[in-house]
Design a protein around this ligand. Structure first.
Ligand SMILES: *[C@@H]1O[C@H](CO)[C@@H](O)[C@H](O)[C@H]1NC(C)=O
Ligand SMILES: *[C@@H]1O[C@H](CO)[C@@H](O)[C@H](O)[C@H]1NC(C)=O
Ligand SMILES: *[C@@H]1O[C@H](CO)[C@@H](O)[C@H](O)[C@H]1NC(C)=O
Ligand SMILES: *[C@@H]1O[C@H](CO)[C@@H](O)[C@H](O)[C@H]1NC(C)=O
Ligand SMILES: *[C@@H]1O[C@H](CO)[C@@H](O)[C@H](O)[C@H]1NC(C)=O
Length: 364
């Protein structure tokens, strides 16, 4: 169903019943200005291996802002910044050594699943955020049928592999990744799965589903139907995993409330985004589920705003509480996930917060 007028009315009635929502301040553009003031999302070559991801994700959030607010006085500056960010990535992409790590040349495990980056036989959920929408673009980009079919089949194959190997049937949640050779210290000896559900990796994955569905043809596309089913199942599992006290999500989602576990600000913003956007675009088949998802997204965003958004002395916003990185190149133990450093102003958190804010502004 589409999120129609009566759904909106129901949502607004609930909002008026007490859940606070910012009505007079656009956090989306404010956080955008703040990221630009810090010069973030522009590659310097000194920011480590996640710099291209940071640049790409910042660009994605900024494109979404410029599309939503085309006449905002900030928009020309945002567009200029997107061009700067893209230009900063170009030299990196033109380096043949880096390109050897790119998709078609990327190594695969025995089943054909892509290695995540350089890790032998390991696949991570995180990788799908870049990969799946990229493949889907082949269908909308004038590529011939054969190429488009091949790209879509490959996309589906990678998603299916991860889904089968990482999903916990009882909770419906997906763990961080798996080792096809089942030799990693953390690998389940039968499935190869890693033990923990890491918020941000599942956040990337569910956003990948929504963004890919958006790009695929609305009728006659079996991949789109399949991704819709997966999105519906995962949205339910994510809604079940929400922390009832805060309305947001845990760093280690299959250990809610355990000592040292905490509410993490990037994964939570990604879930808010994916729930709100999927509901808005009519991807949740059940009307009550769409309402639940919308309310949960708005509530989570309110908590993130109250808890992690800091009004700094320069008049910009800081964004706190984002875990630096979690990799399976580790013990992948509980202590590892809850012991990784937290960062102030990681764009992996603040750009996700922009996307969530945009969705909330569309509801309000
Ligand atoms: C290309 O990338 C590799 C690996 O990151 C690096 O060692 C090399 O210096 C780069 N080459 C140029 C010309 O930047
Ligand atoms: C990857 O897995 C295959 C078996 O599926 C194994 O033969 C190979 O040694 C593994 N590669 C590495 C680098 O561990
Ligand atoms: C699946 O999740 C349930 C509930 O969180 C847990 O009790 C169970 O151990 C998990 N199963 C696996 C195989 O991890
Ligand atoms: C960010 O959060 C940490 C706790 O995770 C806290 O110690 C720190 O003071 C916060 N930073 C700011 C600027 O409030
Ligand atoms: C994996 O972790 C080890 C130990 O921290 C480190 O030495 C190694 O460089 C890491 N490998 C990659 C590819 O990042």
């Amino acid at each position: 169903m589409k999120l129609n007028t009566s759904t909106f009315a129901a949502v607004l009635a609930c909002l008026n019943a007490g859940i606070s929502v910012a009505t007079d301040v656009k956090y989306s553009t404010w956080m955008t200005r703040s990221i630009m003031s810090r010069g973030q999302g522009i590659m310097t070559g000194k920011g480590g291996s996640s710099e291209p991801l940071q640049a790409g994700f910042t660009q994605k959030a900024f494109v979404a802002i410029a599309e939503k607010y085309p006449t905002d006085p900030l928009t020309p500056h945002i567009q200029d910044y997107i061009r700067q960010s893209a230009a900063s990535v170009a030299p990196f992409m033109l380096n043949a050594t880096n390109d050897a790590l790119a998709i078609d040349l990327n190594r695969r495990n025995s089943e054909g699943g892509f290695w995540y980056f350089v890790y032998p036989n390991w696949s991570y959920l995180d990788g799908m955020y870049s990969l799946a929408p990229f493949y889907a673009l082949y269908t909308s980009d004038g590529n011939n049928d054969k190429e488009a079919r091949k790209a879509l089949n490959e996309m589906q194959f990678q998603i299916d592999l991860l889904w089968c190997r990482t999903q916990n049937a009882s909770s419906g949640l997906l763990v961080h990744g798996y080792d096809d050779s089942k030799t990693a210290v953390w690998a389940d000896r039968i499935t190869g799965a890693s033990p923990y559900v890491w918020g941000r990796s599942l956040g990337w994955f569910i956003m990948a589903l929504v963004d890919t569905i958006e790009l695929l043809p609305k009728s006659g596309c079996k991949q789109r139907d399949d991704l819709l089913n997966k999105y519906n199942g995962l949205a339910k599992a994510v809604l079940k995993a929400v922390d009832p006290v805060t309305g947001a999500w845990w760093q280690v989602m299959n250990e809610p409330g355990r000592a040292r576990n905490y509410i993490e600000s990037s994964g939570s913003a990604m879930f808010a985004t994916a729930l709100l956007k999927g509901a808005r675009l009519g991807y949740l088949k059940d009307a009550s589920l769409a309402i639940e998802a919308t309310l949960a997204g708005v509530r989570a965003h309110g908590y993130l705003t109250d808890t992690f958004v800091i009004h700094n002395e320069k008049g910009f916003l800081d964004y706190n509480g984002t875990v630096s990185v979690c990799s399976l190149n580790s013990t992948a133990s509980y202590d590892y996930y809850v012991g990784q450093p937290l960062l102030l102003n990681s764009v992996l958190g603040s750009a996700a917060y922009i996307l969530a804010s945009l969705e909330v502004e569309r509801v309000a």
